[in-house]
Design a protein around this ligand. Structure first.
Ligand code: PLP
Length: 382
């Protein structure tokens, strides 16, 4: 049977591997508390759920890829309140089905794989979809390591002139999955200036801007000059709505226009009842503050536990993740395996890229009761 060689070359998606490991241990009768995947288990706010139900109609036709005007307006109003960014809902915003599919397919809409704009840059360790999207678009992928000594920001000086001139898309993701690092606005300013100078697209994946602890992180949408910039955001983490599939892309009208031209070929906007629920979600901050409080509570439980145990937390400025330094010489996979044997599932940092070796990622998504149980296990195991 013919299959794409790109598909055949791919390793199993990291979180599928984690689910397999979990099933193996559960098969032996061990209760597994799952800190592996960043899928929030908080209930979605009742106001949002009601808006979804109210959005049902007798007949639901194809949702146009440009999305409902009221959703685009709700997103623009949110970006204005949150970041002081004034976006034109007609030309600078387009809804997406969560952000994963839009991130994956972005290279298809931008890369010229047989010309001189054939390169996609992304950071390592990181969300695997930037690289996978680049490979399926026949682009040349370039991974930039995120090192702790650079605050988990990529070293832009490591890129040579030839590479700068070939970059089609440069992906950044702050607050960062998995390191929890936050980028200052000056980082976006420098990179956006380079994007304009060299003619590439700065693609900023901002899935975690709303999960912060002390200070709200910056967004690239705050830049005065948004030429060559596209920002992806999503309700998945902010509003615990992974199952709804609702996000957006916003930025340079030229890029949003390109997505309007590209996306009707690929599919549609989310179902209209989801879009109506999404408009309500972007309009409410109270449920987001409650969500932040939940992660704050769990984070402080584990920060004090790891502090007592001498396990260093290398990153946790924002996001739902703790980025743990695994004990010296043990290695990421062996450490995760050891915890899993006792029923605590974390992701080995190496699953998220070569530069993740030596670390493990803990997603603070289990319930408070599960977190307390896991803390007791870790108290004994570490
Ligand atoms: C960095 C990052 N970007 C994007 C996403 C995509 O989320 P969704 O497709 O649910 O919006 C995730 C999900 O885990 C993520 O970690």
């Amino acid at each position: 049977m013919p299959l794409s060689p790109i598909l055949e070359r791919q390793t199993t998606y990291p979180f599928v591997r984690l689910a397999e490991a979990r099933a193996r241990v559960e098969g032996r009768g061990v209760r597994v508390i799952d800190f592996g995947t960043g899928d929030p288990r908080e209930p979605t706010d009742p106001l949002i759920r009601q808006a979804l139900v109210d959005g049902l109609r007798d007949r639901m036709g194809y949702p146009a890829a440009v999305g409902l005007p009221e959703l685009r307006e709700a997103i623009a109003a949110w970006a204005s309140r949150r970041f002081g960014a004034e976006l034109d809902p007609a030309t600078e915003v387009i809804p997406t089905l969560g952000s994963k599919e839009a991130i994956f397919s972005f290279a298809l809409a931008t890369v010229d794989s047989t010309g001189t704009r054939d390169t996609v840059v992304f950071t390592d360790p990181g969300y695997p979809v930037y690289e996978r999207g680049a490979l399926f678009a026949h682009a040349h992928p370039v991974a930039l390591p995120l090192r702790e000594e650079n605050g988990f920001l990529p070293d832009l000086d490591s890129i040579d002139d030839e590479t700068w001139s070939r970059i089609a898309v440069f992906w950044v993701n702050y607050p960062n999955n998995p390191t929890g690092a936050v980028a200052p606005l000056s980082f976006y300013e420098s990179l956006a200036a380079l994007a304009r100078e060299h003619g590439f697209v700065l693609a900023s994946d901002e899935a975690y801007t709303e999960l912060w602890f002390d200070r709200p992180p910056a967004s690239a949408l705050q830049l005065d000059d948004r030429r060559n910039l596209v920002v992806f955001n999503t309700l998945s983490k902010r509003s615990s709505m992974t199952g709804y599939r609702s996000g957006f892309a916003a930025g340079d009208p030229g890029l949003v226009g390109a997505l309007k031209a590209f996306r009707p070929t690929v599919g549609t906007a989310p179902q209209e009842f989801v879009q109506r629920a999404a408009a309500v979600a972007w309009g409410d901050e109270e449920h987001v503050e409650r969500t932040r409080e939940v992660y704050r509570r769990r984070r402080s439980l584990f920060l004090s536990l790891f502090d007592r145990k001498g396990l260093r937390v290398a990153g946790s400025e924002a996001t739902m993740y703790l980025w743990l330094e695994v004990p010296e010489a043990e290695g990421s996979e062996a450490f995760a395996e050891r915890l899993l044997e006792h029923g605590v599932l974390v992701a080995p940092g190496s699953y998220l890229g070569a530069a993740g070796e030596g670390y493990a990622r803990m997603a603070l998504v289990p319930t408070d009761e599960e977190c307390t149980a896991a803390a007791e296990i870790l108290e004994a195991v570490l």
